[in-house]
Design a protein around this ligand. Structure first.
Ligand code: FRU
Length: 484
């Protein structure tokens, strides 16, 4: 047997292509027992280039297998972001009776037209698969939605709207979202616009998603809008709106801008199609501010872990929650659990966090300031903490190792604690070079990447004032290829 050296910093339970550049997850769909992940991919280099749809499949969203490229650029342009649906009723006619097609709806981005500055270089197109996602045929009638003259006109997210038996496309149109509808995925009519005067506008709106959740048994719609730049801690980020959708118009309940993730490294996240009652999102674990210069080779970028989305009411307002999917438990090693663990000053959890992969779950009633520190013997540290006076969580990567590749990278990121519960709870997921913080049942979330000079195998908790964790569980995680 040959052992291949691990590429430095490459995550071991997050998806990343073995080599070359990726950005947004695309066309995520569950079909016949398989999760499909497509993604913005440039197979000829490690920075952004002419976009393809790369492809990976998994039975559990944890152990992924790379597949041949699904979509290549063509005469209409590069293959930008989009979605995929199971066309159960064969509305498109691409399938046959008893053989519904998978249909991908994506943006064609024409670089030649872009240079001519016509503002019409982005259009929406279709491709379909009749062999469960293995091979794809582009529709001869592309594009199905021509550009009316809007310079940013992209990232179609399509879902079936059962009450009116039609498809709804949620499209990012520069500084707003435009909703279209269709009986057959091929002809589209504009329904309405949303957001010119709502939410954050520090950058262009991209990669939207409109999805139904329930609260107290009643349907509530969440509109996810990715924005670049303009995120709370800089660069790209994800805002969302909670409200009603009637098949034509989206009406938010409040005007306040809400953020799905306060870390800097969860972008372009959208949800899987066809997962029944579950709503599962994955994002791109990077940020346009530095994605092209992070110190990794031959791979560039990974996805976040899949997250289950839900709603929680706080002070009569509805917020989106994100929590790691249960499927991740397949990675769990032997947990170390403690009750009423008092931490005064410093408590060494482990110096043998050998793989650097672990999960930490804790609960602290009436918490004072504390921090979880990942460290190595080179003086690199990543600190994840809570600050009582600010009532805020933070991730500090200023001392995390390699930070000099981009001036904004080595920073401390903060996130408000939204929960009003007296007991603070959190879950941390750490892979080789990333931390995902899910606080208070996923009300406050932060995702950050980092690049230490050596793996962070030491883990301790510090608290100057002293704190008691009623529950504290450290679970080493196995790399995905050794799990199960
Ligand atoms: C978001 C994005 C999309 C676009 C794609 C291009 O990260 O800019 O709007 O479709 O990336 O790769």
């Amino acid at each position: 047997a040959t052992t291949t050296a691990r590429a430095e910093h490459r995550p071991r339970y997050h998806f990343s292509p073995k080599a070359h550049w990726m950005n947004d997850p695309n066309g995520m769909v569950y079909y016949k027992g398989t999760y499909h992940l497509f993604y913005q991919y440039y197979p000829d280099g490690s920075t952004w280039g002419p976009m393809h749809w790369g492809h990976a499949t998994s039975k559990d969203m944890v152990r992924w297998e790379e597949q041949p490229i699904a979509l290549y650029p063509d005469r209409l342009g590069y293959i930008f972001s989009g979605s995929a649906v199971v066309d159960v009723n064969n509305t498109s006619g691409f399938g046959k009776a008893g053989q519904p097609p998978l249909v991908a709806i994506f943006t064609h981005h024409d670089p030649v037209l872009e240079k001519q500055k016509t503002g019409k270089h982005e259009t929406q197109s279709l491709a379909y698969s009749l062999d469960e996602g293995k091979t794809w045929t582009k529709y001869a009638g592309n594009p199905v939605l021509p550009n009316p003259g809007i310079s940013d006109f992209r990232d179609p997210k399509v879902r079936w709207f059962e009450p009116q038996k039609k498809w709804i496309m949620t499209l990012a149109t520069k500084d707003r979202i435009t909703f279209y509808s269709s009986p057959n995925l091929k002809t589209w009519s504009r329904e309405s616009d949303f957001g010119r005067d709502r939410g954050a506008h520090g950058g262009v709106w991209e990669c939207p998603d409109l999805l139904p959740l329930t609260h107290n048994g009643k349907p509530v719609w969440v509109l996810i809008v990715n924005i670049n730049p303009g995120a709370p801690n800089g660069g790209s980020g994800t805002q969302y709106f909670v409200g009603d959708f009637d098949g034509k118009t989206f009406k938010p309940y409040t005007d306040k801008t809400k953020w799905m993730d306060y870390g800097t490294d969860n972008y372009a996240g959208v949800t899987f199609a066809n997962t029944g009652d579950r709503t599962i999102l994955m994002g791109w674990m990077s940020n346009w501010q530095y994605a092209g210069v992070v110190p990794t080779a031959p791979w560039r970028s990974a996805t976040t872990v899949p997250r289950t989305l839900g709603l929680r009411e706080v002070n009569k307002e509805l917020f989106l929650t994100s929590e790691p999917v249960e499927e991740l438990d397949v990675l769990n090693g032997e947990p170390i659990s403690m009750k009423n663990r008092k931490v005064e000053n410093r408590y060494e959890l482990t110096t043998q966090n050998e793989t650097g992969l672990f999960r930490l779950d804790l609960k602290a009633p009436n918490p004072t300031d504390f921090a979880i520190v990942l460290a190595n013997d080179r003086g690199n540290e990543v600190e994840i903490g809570y600050e009582k006076t600010a009532n805020a969580y933070y991730i500090d990567r200023t001392q995390s190792g390699k930070t000099g590749f981009e001036k904004g990278f080595g920073k401390r990121h903060i996130a408000p604690r939204l929960s009003t519960d007296s007991t603070l709870s959190l879950t941390l997921l750490v892979d080789v070079a990333s931390v995902e913080l899910f606080a208070d049942g996923g009300l406050t979330v932060m995702t950050d990447i980092f690049f230490p000079d050596k793996d962070l195998t030491r883990l301790f908790i510090k608290s100057a004032r002293g704190i008691t964790f009623t529950d504290l569980t450290y679970t080493p995680l196995k790399p995905a290829d050794e799990a199960g």
